[in-house]
Every structure is written in structure tokens, then in C-alpha cells.
Design a protein around this ligand. Structure first.
Ligand code: FA5
Length: 341
């Protein structure tokens, strides 16, 4: 068949199909089929140069004419179909703009975050500043500089998660004490809230990932009475009343003397429950006077300065304040639990 004849046939078929198409998608497909890179019209136009000279202008003219004609038809059909989509929309879809909207869910801060922020405010009002340190820590800051050398048995007290390159997930926030003393000269007054990790089996009062708030005060003539005064103030602020606490001797290589401070169990009012392991007391923090070796290693003269430090279990404090009976609820992602705060 002659090429111009072929082109006319294509035009006829295309216009018929365009006319009867029923959706914009169909129109789009027809555009590709009749005018796209692989269409017959495109290949005829591409091959014009190889046609005999006498028919070349005629074929070129007809091809372009038909191409334009199909383009117009596609354009018009597309417009008609779009109009169809919107016609009668006011009848089909009625919108009542006075109808009240759907209320979005509003999240709350995690109870641990709330108490952390509150504690930061209380400590700051007492002249402390906030310090931070990395969660992946060097052995030096987590152990060595805290008077716990390589072969010290105290390393076993806190089961450690090691990285393959010999670093560790910090087991306590006491590492921040060292990082702070390296940078600041006394007088020092900092608190360092943060997440800590232990290779530990969980139960109602123990998590493998939990929060501590470290405190450090170094100055001339700091004694255990300063430590006790600060602890009392903090607990009174948190619980808005005097709470029963007891101090027992505790061993931590980086303090001397060392203590553990227990708080009367708020869940059972000291009568005994699974959280306090039926003792009526819950261990809240470790504390003591900074060991002279630790001061010395951080470049502070223990003859001139002394200090106290503490490491408080923040999860436990939140549990006592709100009467939460299982520490594992904090990381459970249970919205019914979290929405209460
Ligand atoms: C320490 O981590 C010491 N760094 C504390 C310290 C700091 C002592 C400064 C002296 C001077 P301990 O392992 O006891 O100590 O932990 C401190 C507190 O963290 C505990 O009293 C407890 O409240 C909390 N805690 C300990 N282990 C867990 C756990 N697995 N889950 C939840 N809370 C825990």
C-alpha cells in the first residue's frame, strides 16, 4: 500500500478509537500507541530521508498533518472526559463544611522524660548544670578512670555489653563524671541524665536498658552532709512531701565511703511487694565521696578538693512516684499505659 494511503488508514483507526475511548487512561494509551516513539507515524517521519525524492515532501506533509489531527483529537477527548469527571460533582459529593472535623490524637511525653525534665529544673535551681556523654563509651571512662582497672572484680558487678572493637555500651552514667572533670576545674556542680545498658535478665524492677541521673559536686570541704542535704531536697521536690529513706554502706570503687540509698516502697507503703522483693525498701541510688584516686586521675588535687557523686535510677524514681509495679512497662510501647501520663 502506498505510504500516504497507509497514513490515512492509521488516522481513521486512531480517530475512531479516540472517539470511543472512555477514560483518561485509555486516551493516554492511545497517545502512546499512535504518536509515541514506537508508533508507525514516528517511524515514517524518521525514515523520510530514505524515501525517493519525488514523494518525500508529500509524505512529510501528510504525516505531519495526520499527526497534528490525532494530537488535536486526543486533546479534545481528554478535555471532554475531564469535564465528565467533574460534571455533577456538586450533586454526587455533597460536603457539609459546618460538620465538626475529626480530632487528631495528641501524644504526651514519656513519664521518664517528664521526670527527667523536672529533675533538671530542680537541679538547675540549685546551681547545677546539665552534662552529657556518649552511650557507646571507652573502657577508660566507664571503668579505668573510675578506679576499676582491667582485672578488678568490680567489673563483674555490672554486666557489660561490649562492642566487637573493644568499646562498650556504658553501664552507668558515672563515665560522665570523668569526662566533666577532664574539662572543668572545681568548683564543679553537674548532673548528667542518660541511658545506660546492662547484659542483665529483666524482672519487675530490672531492665537491660534504663536511665540514670548522675550527680557530681566537687569543691573545697564537700562532705557527706552536703550529699544528704541535696538528696533530701530532691526527693522532697519530686514527692512533694518528706519520704522515708535509708542509707546503707555500699561498695563502688570510685567513691570512699560509698553508700546505697533506699526509698520506702511507695507501691506497698513499705509492707512488701514484688517490686521491693518483699523488703519494703527499694534501692534508688548509689552515692559517696569521690575517691581521691579518681580526682587525681582527672587532674584534681585531692588534698585541696573533695566531692560527692551519686547515680540515681530514674526508672525506679518514676515507678515510686506513680506507683508503677513493673519497670518493663516503660519500653512496652503500650499506649494504654503511656496515655495515663
Ligand atoms: C551504679 O551504677 C553507680 N554508678 C552509682 C554511683 C554513682 C555510685 C556515683 C557512687 C557514685 P548501681 O549499679 O547500683 O550503681 O546503679 C545505680 C542505680 O541504678 C540503682 O540504685 C538503681 O536505682 C538503678 N539500677 C541499677 N540496675 C538497674 C536495672 N537493671 N534496672 C533499673 N534500674 C537499675
Amino acid at each position: 500500500m502506498e505510504i500516504t494511503q497507509q497514513l490515512k488508514e492509521i488516522e481513521k483507526a486512531a480517530l475512531r478509537e479516540i472517539e470511543t475511548s472512555r477514560s483518561l487512561k485509555e486516551v493516554q494509551d492511545l497517545r502512546i500507541r499512535y504518536l509515541g516513539r514506537k508508533s508507525r507515524i514516528t517511524s515514517i517521519l524518521k525514515e523520510l530521508g530514505s524515501l525517493p525524492k519525488e514523494i518525500r515532501p508529500e509524505v512529510g506533509r501528510v504525516s505531519n498533518e495526520i499527526k497534528r489531527c490525532i494530537e488535536d483529537a486526543i486533546e479534545n477527548r481528554g478535555e471532554d472526559l475531564s469535564e465528565d469527571i467533574f460534571s455533577g460533582l456538586d450533586e454526587k459529593e455533597k460536603i457539609d463544611i459546618t460538620e465538626p472535623g475529626i480530632k487528631g490524637e495528641r501524644g504526651t511525653l514519656h513519664p521518664i522524660t517528664q521526670l527527667r525534665m523536672e529533675l533538671e529544673d530542680i537541679f538547675m535551681s540549685m546551681g547545677f548544670t546539665i552534662a552529657t556523654g556518649p552511650e557507646i563509651e571507652l573502657d577508660y571512662y566507664n571503668f579505668e578512670a573510675l578506679n576499676i582497672p582491667q582485672d578488678h572484680p568490680a567489673r563483674d558487678i555490672q554486666d557489660t555489653i561490649w562492642t566487637i572493637d573493644g568499646n562498650l555500651l556504658r553501664t552507668h552514667t558515672s563515665s560522665v563524671q570523668i569526662r566533666t572533670m577532664e574539662k572543668l576545674k572545681p568548683p564543679i556542680r553537674i548532673v548528667a541524665p542518660g541511658r545506660v545498658f546492662r547484659y542483665e535478665e529483666t524482672n519487675a524492677s530490672h531492665e537491660h536498658t534504663f536511665y540514670q541521673v548522675e550527680g557530681l559536686m566537687v569543691d573545697r570541704n564537700i562532705s557527706v552532709s552536703n550529699l544528704i542535704a541535696v538528696m533530701r531536697t530532691i526527693l522532697r521536690e519530686v514527692f512533694q512531701k518528706d519520704v522515708a529513706v535509708r542509707l546503707r554502706p555500699g561498695y563502688f570503687p570510685f567513691v570512699e565511703p560509698g553508700f546505697e540509698l533506699d526509698i520506702s516502697c511507695h507501691l506497698c507503703d513499705g509492707n512488701g511487694c514484688q517490686v521491693c522483693k518483699y523488703s519494703g525498701w527499694e534501692e534508688l541510688l548509689g552515692c559517696g565521696l569521690v575517691h581521691p584516686n579518681v580526682l587525681r586521675m582527672s587532674g584534681i588535687d585531692p588534698e585541696e578538693y573533695s566531692g560527692f557523686a551519686f547515680g540515681m535510677g530514674l526508672d525506679r524514681l518514676v515507678m515510686m512516684r506513680y506507683g508503677i509495679d513493673d519497670i518493663r512497662l516503660f519500653h512496652s510501647g503500650n499506649l494504654r499505659f503511656l496515655e495515663q501520663f
